[in-house]
Write a protein that binds this ligand. Structure first.
Ligand code: SAM
Length: 339
C-alpha cells in the first residue's frame, strides 16, 4: 500500500515530505570522517523545515565543517506544507559558531535572495553546487534521474535519499554497476516515516501521526563506508537441483541473497536486495536482467512456444524451466564472485 501511495505521489509530483532528524542522525553517524574541512550543500531544503539544515548547523563544530550552504526551492511560508506558492527563493550560508555558544544563532546565518525559484538545475544553484564538496539531502523523487546526473556531471560527493525503484532506472543502474554509486546503511526495515500531510496508507501498527510511511527507501552515496567492504558470509553449497540454470543466459538462479553458494564460480542471478550486501571486493556486477539493460546483456529472446506457455515472459528477462514450464523470477541482478 505504501508503495502505491508513493507512486500516486510521484505521479502527482508530490515531493513535499520531510526527513526526520533521527533518520539523518542514524545514517550520518557512519560518515563523520568525510566531513572535516568540507563545504556541505543541502540544495532541496527549506532551512526552516529541513532537518538536514538542522543536523549540519547543530553539528557544524562536531563534524569540523568549513561551510554549510542550504538552498530553498520557493518555499517561503512558515506553513510547512505551503506547496511552494511563493516566488522568492533564498539560500543560506553558515560558517559556524562565532559567539561561543555552539548554537547557530540567526545573526550568524547569512540569508541571501536567489534570483530564480531555487531549482537545483538553475545557473545560480549550480554556482553554489560548484562550491560544495559534499551534497546531502532528500531530493524530489520525481527528479531523481536529473538530480543524480547533475551530481555526476559536477563530480560531487553525495549522500542522498531515493527510492529503490531508482535502482532499476537505466540512467542509475549503470552507475551502480560501475561502482560510482552504492547504497548506504539505510532505513530500518527498508521503510522510512517522513513528515508529511499526504494521506498515510500505512497499516495501523505502522502509522505515525503527521507522517507517511514510504517503503523501499535507501540512502544512495559515493562516500566510502565500512559496510561496503564487509564480506557476505557464504555457507551454501552449489547443486544443480537447488539452483536452476537459466535457459537464456549462462547463469544460475539464486532466489535469496543469503543462499549464494560459496563454491559456484560462474554468473548468478540474485534479487536486487543483494545490493544492500554488495562488496565490490567480493563480487562483480554483470548487469540487470530487465528490459533494455537485459537485452544489452545478451539475454536470448523467447520463442513463441514459450510465450504461449507463460504469457508474462518479456524479452530482456531471465527464465528457467520447472516441470516443463518457463518460470520468470522477479527482477534479477547478474553477479559473479571475484577470485
Ligand atoms: C522529498 S522533499 C525533501 C525535503 C528535505 N530535503 C527533507 O528531506 O526534509 C523534496 C524537496 O525538494 C524540493 N524541490 C522540488 N523540486 C525542486 C527543484 N527543482 N529544485 C530544488 N528543490 C526542489 C521540494 O520543494 C521538497 O521540499
Amino acid at each position: 500500500m505504501a508503495n502505491k501511495n508513493l507512486n500516486a505521489a510521484k505521479e502527482a509530483k508530490k515531493d513535499e515530505f520531510y526527513t526526520q532528524l533521527e533518520d539523518i542522525n542514524n545514517e550520518l553517524r557512519h560518515y563523520k570522517e568525510h566531513f572535516r574541512g568540507k563545504t556541505v550543500l543541502c540544495n532541496c531544503d527549506d532551512p526552516r523545515v529541513s532537518n538536514f539544515f538542522t543536523y549540519f548547523a547543530y553539528n557544524f563544530e562536531f563534524l569540523g565543517l568549513k561551510r554549510l550552504i542550504t538552498t530553498c526551492y520557493k518555499n517561503q511560508n512558515m506553513d510547512l506544507f505551503s506547496q511552494n506558492k511563493c516566488e522568492q527563493a533564498i539560500y543560506l550560508i553558515y560558517d559556524g559558531d562565532k559567539n561561543g555558544n555552539n548554537i547557530p544563532d540567526p545573526e550568524e546565518i547569512g540569508i541571501h535572495p536567489l534570483k530564480g525559484d531555487g531549482d537545483f538545475r538553475s545557473r545560480e544553484c549550480i554556482e553554489l553546487l560548484k562550491q560544495a564538496d559534499i551534497v546531502v539531502t532528500n531530493p524530489p523523487f520525481s527528479l531523481f534521474r536529473e538530480y543524480v546526473a547533475q551530481l555526476m556531471e559536477y563530480e560531487k560527493k553525495f549522500l542522498i535519499i531515493g527510492h529503490q525503484n531508482a535502482i532499476h532506472y537505466k540512467e542509475i543502474f549503470p552507475l551502480i554497476k560501475q561502482n560510482k554509486i552504492w547504497l548506504g546503511y539505510g532505513f530500518k526495515g527498508g521503510a522510512g516515516h517522513f513528515i508529511s500531510d499526504y494521506e498515510d496508507k500505512a497499516t495501523a501498527g505502522d502509522h505515525r501521526e503527521g507522517m507517511i510511511r514510504v517503503s523501499g527507501v535507501h540512502w544512495f552515496t559515493n562516500l566510502e563506508i565500512k559496510k561496503r567492504h564487509e564480506d557476505l558470509i557464504l555457507y551454501k553449497t552449489y547443486s544443480p537441483e537447488d539452483y536452476p540454470h537459466y535457459e537464456n543466459y549462462d547463469a544460475i538462479e539464486v532466489s535469496k541473497t543469503a543462499d549464494i553458494p560459496f563454491d559456484y564460480e560462474g554468473a548468478m542471478g540474485v534479487p536486487t536486495t543483494f545490493l544492500d550486501k554488495y562488496n565490490p571486493d567480493q563480487f562483480e556486477i554483470l548487469g540487470l536482467a530487465e528490459g533494455d539493460l537485459g537485452k544489452e546483456l545478451g539475454l536470448r529472446p523467447f520463442n513463441r512456444e514459450l510465450k504461449k506457455l507463460n504469457k508474462s515472459l518479456r524479452d530482456g528477462q531471465l527464465f528457467y524451466m520447472k516441470e516443463g514450464y518457463p518460470q520468470k523470477p522477479y527482477s534479477r541482478i547478474l553477479i559473479r564472485k571475484k577470485q
